[in-house]
Ligand binder design. Structure first.
Ligand code: S3P
Length: 166
């Protein structure tokens, strides 16, 4: 069976939704960032700080090339996975791509409350988020289905994915 791959900007709920979705569908769950952290023994923020973004992108590409060979798995990716076309080709070949979106306000709120995001560790987070969203908008639109999660809980988003898959 095909994988279900969640893509989307930081704070759109890929990890929480993916975990719930995997539980509901009784499938394994993989979070790409978590896997990178487990394999390197380093937090994502430390990888960015000590080795730079391009090194992180290589680690990400390496994990994607392996998880794209899995089957039947729910895969939550990091927000920047769309930046490399080869990642998207591999993921598209491996399954159904679901893009999660959210409003700028929702993203700012969620990313201020949960997790450490090295790309948003700056003076003007709102400006940075707006610019990254603009740069990446077309890339996220390549998904098979797009769900705006702004006013939804991860449970509701998982339910919406299940309805789409039927
Ligand atoms: C990134 C998103 C992060 C993480 C890294 C880079 C991005 O994952 O992979 O900090 O470029 O958007 P989340 O989308 O899970 O926060």
């Amino acid at each position: 069976m095909k994988n279900i791959v969640l893509i989307g900007f930081m704070g759109t709920g890929k990890t929480s939704t993916g975990r719930l979705l995997a539980g509901r569908l009784n499938r394994p769950f993989i979070d790409v960032d978590k896997k990178i952290e487990q394999e390197t023994g380093l937090a994502i923020s430390d990888i960015f700080q000590h080795y730079g973004e391009s090194h992180f992108r290589q680690l990400e590409r390496d994990v994607i090339s392996r998880v794209a060979r899995y089957t039947n798995t729910v895969i939550a990716t990091g927000g920047g996975v769309v930046l490399k076309q080869e990642n998207m080709v591999r993921l598209k070949n491996s399954g159904i791509i679901i893009a999660l979106t959210a409003s700028l306000e929702t993203i700012l709120d969620r990313t201020s409350r949960r997790g450490v995001r090295p790309l948003l560790d700056c003076e003007d987070r709102a400006e940075r988020v707006a610019r990254l969203l603009q740069d990446r908008a077309n890339l996220y639109m390549k998904a098979d289905c797009t769900i705006d999660t702004s006013c939804m809980s991860p449970h509701q988003v998982a339910e919406r994915v299940i309805v789409f898959l039927r």
